[in-house]
Design a protein around this ligand. Structure first.
Ligand code: FAD
Ligand code: NAD
Length: 479
């Protein structure tokens, strides 16, 4: 048996690394076990989010948006640009540099906070023991008073389109194309499909998304989902709903995909590359010894209570490994909550107010309940909307697509949800999330002073509109 710790985290993604740092801040002796290797073959920290998820995808989204904007959106400002070029390997190198900088930063934060970084693959054994298998094949046992499972998730694979890493790729491969594919197929029109589809569409690919469901972004507010589909369609993303992929075969360096369409007719299409992004599954393979005492549910997630405690005392699980949305900020706040509870604090997390964002342009962001969810409660509600087309700041920026939608309780006026499609929607929705955390009503936001001119005035006006008091659009009902 090797060293004993107060807390051992297995996994150094946003759940594990943030939790480990917080636990160390609280005076606990902490280790974090991680087995991921970066592109350079060296051990890396930060998990999916920093290495192959949130950050690299946003780096490519930002680069590709600048290219697209330079090509398509500057003339209206009176700016002419000649010979706009694109160097995909340079774009990918910039993305890799950002990843390196951020993951290196975590290593420094571990050092600064005294978190021990253990390189290898962790497995939970009985009696609060973890075994770690390192690269050399050596096994070491560690004991801890508390063990936090934070091993994240991996892409779901489908037998009809097996990932080969070259022509048929998952989200990780789609961050590494060395050239712009002429035709790009994507299976799954979810968050990853829309974000990575946007990247390559902006750079010149013809993009076709084959989605199994007959409803686009089914878990989102459907008014906002419909606006989003129209907008992305205008940008050239060819989103085909209710499609069942039957097979994908690589022939002569191209992927031949057969599928049945929404009418049940068999179709085929040919792509230079195919991305499979049909969801993610929790990483539990080989994680739990048979006698570890930890339960999993029907979807392979570790069963936890509201505070991320498993049914075994001292064993916790967080992030993509457990129920709830697979989001980095949800994982990291769970890491903090668990660290604080281990240290004896009464931390908790408001799961009702975890914002979600799709980083297309315009962005799509939401917090709280959708109109469909509110309707299902049977309670009366009111809706206020404000289009960016009526925002002076959006006009000045020539970025007027979309709207803010605020849903409030008809009786108490309390805000129940906010859904935005528009520029900077991620930052705008957070303003409403903060207000909701403090129990704000639509009138509360309506009576606040917003800086002018700013996109956030659309939030102000949508809140006013919920009570029929919007100034810069005609109100549906005067009160
Ligand atoms: P992970 O980040 O997956 O980290 C788990 C770590 O544990 C990994 O490094 C893994 O290698 C390691 N591990 C696994 N098993 C073991 C073991 N047995 N021993 C040791 N180590 C192990 N979310 C957002 O909120 N915003 C976004 O913009 C966003 N963009 C995304 C884009 C893409 C392309 C993808 C794929 C995901 C994106 N996500 C985004 C989701 C986000 O990345 C995840 O929700 C988040 O990383 C989950 O954090 P985690 O700590 O639970 O797990
Ligand atoms: P997703 O659940 O968002 O979308 C997957 C889509 O694939 C769904 O629309 C689903 O109906 C469809 N699908 C499933 N099986 C299919 C099949 N056989 N054929 C065709 N379509 C099929 O999952 P994702 O896009 O893979 O992303 C995985 C996770 O990563 C998500 O939970 C998401 O929260 C997270 N993520 C978040 C962000 C962000 O916050 N901006 C970005 C990327 C990923």
């Amino acid at each position: 048996m090797s060293e004993k710790f107060d807390v051992v985290f297995i996994g150094a993604g946003p759940g594990g690394y943030v939790g480990a740092i917080r636990a160390a801040q609280l005076g606990l002796k902490v280790a974090c076990i991680e087995n991921m290797k970066g592109k350079d073959g060296k051990s890396t920290l930060g998990g999916t989010c920093l290495n192959i998820g949130c950050i690299p995808s946003k780096a490519l989204l930002d680069s590709s948006y600048k290219y697209h904007e330079t090509q398509a959106s500057l003339a209206v400002h009176g700016i002419s640009v000649k010979d706009v070029g694109i160097d995909v390997p340079a774009m990918i190198r910039r993305k890799d540099d950002i990843v390196k900088q951020l993951t290196g930063g975590i290593a420094q934060l571990f050092k600064a906070n005294g978190v021990a970084h253990i390189k290898g693959t962790g497995k939970l054994l009985a009696n609060k023991t973890v075994s770690v298998l390192d690269e050399a094949g050596e096994q070491t046992l560690y004991q801890a008073d508390h063990i936090v499972l934070a091993t994240g998730s991996s892409p779901v694979e489908i037998p009809v389109a097996k990932v080969d890493g070259e022509f048929i790729v998952d989200s990780t491969g789609a961050l590494e194309f060395s050239a712009v594919p002429e035709r790009l197929g994507i299976i799954g029109a979810g968050v990853i499909g829309l974000e990575l589809g946007s990247v390559w569409k902006r750079l010149g690919s013809e993009v076709v998304l084959l989605e199994a469901m007959d409803t686009f972004l089914a878990s989102m507010d459907q008014f906002i989902a419909k606006e989003t589909k129209k907008t992305l369609g205008r940008q050239g993303l060819d989103i085909r709903l209710a499609c069942r992929v039957l097979g994908a075969e690589v022939k002569n360096q191209q992927v031949h995909v057969s599928y049945s369409d929404k009418d049940g007719n068999q179709q085929s299409d040919v792509f230079d590359r195919l991305i499979v992004c049909v969801g993610r599954r929790p990483n539990t393979d080989g994680l739990l010894a048979a006698d570890s005492g930890v339960e999993t549910d029907e979807r392979g997630r570790i069963v936890v209570n509201d505070f991320c405690a498993t049914s075994t005392e001292g064993i916790w699980a967080i992030g993509d490994l457990v129920r709830g949305p697979m989001l980095a900020h949800k994982a990291s706040e769970e890491g903090v909550m668990v660290a604080e509870r281990i240290a004896g604090q009464k931390a908790q997390l408001n799961y009702a107010l975890v914002p979600g964002v799709i980083y297309t342009h315009p962005e799509v962001a939401s917090v709280g309940q959708t109109e469909e969810q509110v309707k299902a409660t049977g309670n009366d509600y009111k809706v206020g909307m404000f289009p960016f087309a009526a925002s002076g700041r959006a006009l000045a920026a020539n970025d007027t697509t979309g709207l803010v939608k605020i849903i409030a309780d008809a009786v108490t006026d309390r805000i129940l949800g906010c859904h935005i499609v528009g520029a900077s929607a991620a930052d705008l929705v957070q303003q409403v999330a903060i207000a909701m955390e403090f129990g704000a009503t639509a009138e509360d936001i309506g009576t606040m002073v917003f800086a002018h001119p700013a996109l956030s005035e659309a939030v102000h006006e949508a809140a006013l509109a919920a009570n029929g008091h919007a100034i810069h659009i005609a109100n549906k009902k005067k009160r």
